[in-house]
Write a protein that binds this ligand. Structure first.
Ligand code: ZN
Length: 290
């Protein structure tokens, strides 16, 4: 008889960002890491960014699933805020396998290019906060792996808040760990989903997740304490539709920021709106419109 899986969600601290945005200091969105465990083994989905965040996650895993071996960490997509911690996990679980789809692994490699690693990540989080050297995941030959007889399936969902994104589906407990395809009460990042076409692809990704008929959907960035219900799908969809509507009516990026802030006064990390607004309505274009 196979085990019954259970799952727990760790929500990271918000890492302070070294550069000011709009003249204000800010912090990165909280990151969720999901632990799915059976009788003896465990699977983690995604890691946080920094050494200290990941050490905190390691202590939480050891408290949450004592005596269980972390066999796999699955990475949902290539953005560094979901995998930079692999290096730290490796110190604690030397036999751990870090897995991702080939598309995600390619994206991870791209994040290591100097323009992105130095230009973005090490600028936002300087002073040896990010582990070095960064360990990549291995590309999966087939989109499934198993723990104690249970299948874990990587589902490609295309462009959501970035390209080549996936979710992890665990059919035996009707769980979807959605990475950044789904957000939980945190402002959604439209810095890369900067056209209606890409945002429509994101909407289709939500349909794909819904079609898996899950009972639990865990958002990649979420407010700790929020239940991981299907409403996360509905709210993520509504936010995309609202952003689309706000882009249509705004004549410059500042108006767009103001509109989203008015529609969503309580979501975490309002600074995320800025990147999306600037990508949707770049300054040069905006000035010709004003
Ligand atoms: Zn993210």
């Amino acid at each position: 008889m196979s085990s019954i899986l259970q799952a727990d969600v760790y929500v990271s601290s918000r890492l302070p960002i070294a550069i000011k945005r709009l003249g204000e200091t800010s912090s990165f969105s909280p990151i969720s890491c999901t632990l799915i465990h059976g009788d003896e083994g465990a699977v983690l989905v995604d890691t946080p960014i920094s050494i200290s965040q990941t050490e905190d996650l390691v202590s939480w895993i050891k408290r949450t699933a004592p005596g269980k071996e972390l066999r796999y960490v699955y990475i949902t997509h290539g953005h560094g805020d979901h995998w930079f911690g692999i290096t730290i996990l490796r110190k604690h679980w030397p036999n751990l396998r870090a897995l991702a789809t080939p598309g995600t692994v390619e994206h991870m490699k791209e994040q290591l290019q100097p323009g992105i690693l130095k230009g973005t990540w090490l600028t936002l989080f300087p002073g040896n906060q990010i582990p070095q050297p960064l360990e990549l995941a291995e590309p999966m030959d087939e989109p499934v792996f198993k723990l104690e007889g249970h299948a874990f399936r990587a589902i490609e969902v295309g462009h959501t808040d970035t390209y080549n994104t996936t979710v992890l589906h665990v059919p035996s407990i009707r769980l979807v760990v959605a990475g950044d395809a789904v957000y939980g009460d945190v402002h959604q990042f439209f810095g890369e989903a900067n056209t209606s076409e890409k945002r429509n692809e994101w909407l289709r990704a939500l349909d794909t997740i819904e079609a898996l008929d899950p009972h639990t959907v865990i958002a990649g960035h979420k407010r700790a304490g929020t239940v991981d219900g299907l409403f996360n799908l509905q709210k993520t969809r509504q936010y995309i539709l609202d952003f689309e509507d706000a882009v249509r009516s705004a004549s410059n990026w500042k108006e767009l920021v103001g509109d989203i802030q008015r529609r969503y006064p309580n979501r975490i990390n309002p600074h995320a709106i800025l990147r999306g607004a600037l990508a949707a309505i770049p300054e040069a274009k905006a000035s010709s419109k004003v």
